[in-house]
Design a protein around this ligand. Structure first.
Ligand SMILES: [Zn+2]
Length: 301
């Protein structure tokens, strides 16, 4: 009887290299407990789960923060496209760099077969360039990531520091990210993504007067080639430090109510690209993200 219970406890695992394995099971991957138990047994740090209808999110399924689950959404489930493959290959190389092992648990044999072939010949996917739009995102306005710009979102106190220093340091980033060494990076989300403001509002949930975040926008291609840029397969890009802010910033959009508090701190070389926008008509975070994004696009000539 005990043996029978043990059989149910873990998924079957096939290792294809020192760092990567695939989980297999007769039933599908709904059983998080069993996934975590398998991860512990195999000493995995992260398990990427692809199931229909899941949004992309990385989280700790248990209170101990050793094992992460990353549900990865596909724009055309169960087909996994070249860009999505590249994302997961970036995740593998990033995690291996820190000595961590990755498990993949895919519900569909179609996803499994395509990705299984891809990891055996990863070279050709690494040249894949990002599409302009990524469909089916659960975090961006209108469910589409628009990839021309990325955004760093922060509060007004940190904005003051950034302006006074003329640079963004990793210490300016409120690290609520789930990747262990994230505190050493500034992480960026797509220009029209809601996550930055959602995180700020969560951190301020005691404070009834939560105000919308300040948005620093950059062109993705500029940060893609920036010194120290890292690609973890989760954030669009992360960077330890932006030292030449004046040369690389596309725009900064700030809620107008902060004008008197912050205007005198803005360095001269940034004054033309800092915009104060009225957020009084914004009911929700979506509204603020939209209006801030549109302001930046209109002014980026
Ligand atoms: Zn998105």
């Amino acid at each position: 009887m005990a043996d029978q219970n043990n059989i149910e406890e873990f998924f079957n695992v096939e290792w294809i290299s020192c760092d990567i394995c695939f989980l297999f099971g007769q039933d599908h991957f709904d059983d998080t407990k069993r996934i975590v138990a398998t991860a512990k047994k195999e000493e995995l740090s992260i398990i990427v789960v692809i199931k229909e209808g899941r949004r992309s999110v990385m989280f700790f399924p248990e209170e101990n923060n050793d094992i992460r689950l990353y549900t990865f959404s596909l724009s055309e489930y169960p087909h996994i496209n070249f860009w999505e493959i590249k994302q997961l290959l970036s995740l593998i190389s990033y995690e291996s760099k820190y000595g961590r092992k990755v498990g993949f648990a895919f519900d569909s044999p179609i996803t499994n077969a395509i990705f299984f072939e891809a990891v055996k010949k990863p070279g050709r996917f690494m040249r894949e360039i990002i599409p302009n739009r990524i469909n089916g995102c659960g975090d961006c306005n209108n469910k589409v990531c628009i990839t021309k710009y990325v955004c760093f979102t922060t509060n007004i106190e940190t904005t003051k520091n950034i302006f006074q220093n003329g640079m963004i340091k990793y210490t300016d980033c409120i690290s609520t990210d789930t990747i262990p060494e994230s505190s050493k990076f500034i992480f960026f989300k797509w220009g029209n993504c809601l996550i930055g403001d959602l995180l700020l509002s969560e951190l301020n949930n005691e404070d009834e007067d939560y105000n919308f975040g300040v948005h620093f926008y950059f062109k993705y291609k500029d940060l893609y080639n920036y010194s120290g840029a890292e690609f973890d397969g989760y954030n669009p890009v992360k960077i330890p430090e932006i030292s030449n802010l004046g040369e690389i910033l596309t725009a900064c959009v700030i809620p107008k109510k902060y004008y008197s508090k912050i205007f005198s701190c803005i360095p001269e070389n940034l004054q033309d690209i800092v915009y104060f926008i009225d957020d009084q008509d914004c009911q929700k975070i979506e509204d603020w993200v939209q209006i801030a994004y549109e302001t930046m696009v209109e002014n980026d000539i």
